[in-house]
Ligand binder design. Structure first.
Ligand code: NAD
Ligand code: GLY
Length: 363
């Protein structure tokens, strides 16, 4: 029997467990305990299906298992592809006690979760995240949704899974670029609320890049501990949960403005966090040394740290004005008071925001 770690996301009647370990789908009873009836739909994509769908089917041979294999990419995280999931559920006549399993990265997880939230007003949902980014962030906390051409994740629902099964063996097949994109969100947790973890990352980043099992397990667990604590305090993001969006106001503008799929989500977030760090310096919070440490860590992970050249300040501001954190159309961002402590969303003077967008050059 393999060892695995368990963490609880404490949300009263919506509480659930995150399992972290290797080869978790070979554990006969771990997944089935969360399935409520014979009807199970697996949502996955064309890259993940040939790698891992069979393993899941072996684990669930006692069930009436159906699958839908979506095209792979952020550009397919749309309402129209969401509808293909509903069509499939209806074609196979699945009922309200059916279970939907999202097997994939954040795109599959967000779409599968939104489909589970909507189908017959809500069916059983399980997350099996297969990217580092999904294991440390998107599979936990219940945010689900799809993109719109005018804005990222603009339609969605808060819908918690019954369980998250984060199997680090899946990361064996993840390429370097995707691994680095996931590390961007890992670094985020150190920056927003866990200075000790940020220091650990400075010490151990090479081990993570080498996918050393112990380092990966520690980083996933520590990230999930941070995320679960924030989500437990503010499930529906009326306050503190917004700190999980450090850098995302800029990052989402990059993803939408340049075109979904050009920059990976984690890459856009890395640039966004660098911009947020620069803004925090201009607001008098961070000093040059702290900003330098943040940028240096992203560089060591081979993440981009500079804004795309073809995104103008005016375009950034236009795109940032549809961010979900805004109130009455006023742009609000998360800044860093220090490494390990984020601010709540705050309005900033347009002139300071423009100084960052025009002036930040990577130092
Ligand atoms: P992704 O889902 O596009 O996956 C990245 C790529 O890796 C894809 O090509 C995928 O097919 C491939 N892949 C997945 N698992 C693999 C494996 N084990 N081996 C080889 N290839 C594999 O991207 P992502 O980075 O996982 O997630 C990004 C998405 O998550 C964005 O849409 C973002 O908005 C969303 N997100 C949501 C939340 C949330 O709280 N719900 C948080 C962060 C990000
Ligand atoms: N990824 C941001 C959140 O879950 O709130």
């Amino acid at each position: 029997m393999n060892e695995y770690r368990q963490l609880k996301v404490d949300l009263g009647t919506r509480s659930y467990t995150i399992y972290i370990g290797s080869n978790l789908l070979t554990q006969a009873n771990l997944l089935p305990q969360y399935i409520k009836s014979k009807q199970v739909l697996v949502v996955t994509n064309t890259t993940i299906a040939p790698l891992y769908l069979q393993q899941l089917e072996n684990n669930l041979s006692a069930y009436e298992l159906e699958s839908i294999v979506l095209p792979d990419g952020e550009q397919y995280k749309t309402l129209s592809y969401l509808e293909t999931i509903f069509t499939r559920l209806l074609e196979v006549k699945f009922n309200r006690n059916a279970t939907l399993i999202a097997l994939g990265g954040g795109v599959v997880g967000d779409m599968g979760g939104f489909a589970a939230a909507c189908y017959q007003r809500g069916i059983n949902f399980i997350q099996i995240p297969t990217t580092l980014l999904a294991q440390v962030d998107s599979s936990v906390g219940g945010k689900t949704g799809v993109n719109h051409a005018l804005g990222k994740n603009m339609m969605g629902a808060f819908y918690q899974p019954q369980a998250v099964i984060a199997d680090i063996s899946f990361l064996d097949t993840l390429d370097e670029r995707q691994l680095s994109a996931g590390i961007a969100e890992v670094i985020k947790y150190g920056l927003i609320r866990d200075y000790e973890f940020f220091e650990w990352l400075e010490e151990n980043i090479e081990q993570l890049l080498q996918k050393e099992e112990q380092a990966l397990t520690f980083a996933i667990e520590r990230s999930c501990i941070n995320k679960a604590a924030v989500v437990a305090e503010d499930e529906h993001e009326s306050g503190i949960r917004a700190i999980l969006n450090l850098g995302h106001t800029f990052g989402h503008a990059i993803e939408t403005g340049i075109g979904y799929g050009e920059y990976l989500h984690g890459e856009a977030v890395a640039i966004g966090i660098c911009l947020a760090a620069d803004l925090s310096r201009r607001l008098g919070y961070l000093n040059n040394e702290e900003v330098g440490r943040i940028i240096a860590l992203f560089k060591r992970v081979n993440l981009p740290i500079l804004s795309p050249k073809n995104l103008t300040t005016a375009q950034y501001i236009e795109l940032m004005s549809v961010d979900k954190k805004n109130i009455d159309g006023a742009i609000r961002v998360i800044a860093l008071e220090e490494i390990g402590k984020a601010t709540l969303p705050m309005g900033v003077e347009m002139s300071i925001l423009e100084q960052t967008l025009n002036g930040y050059q990577g130092v």
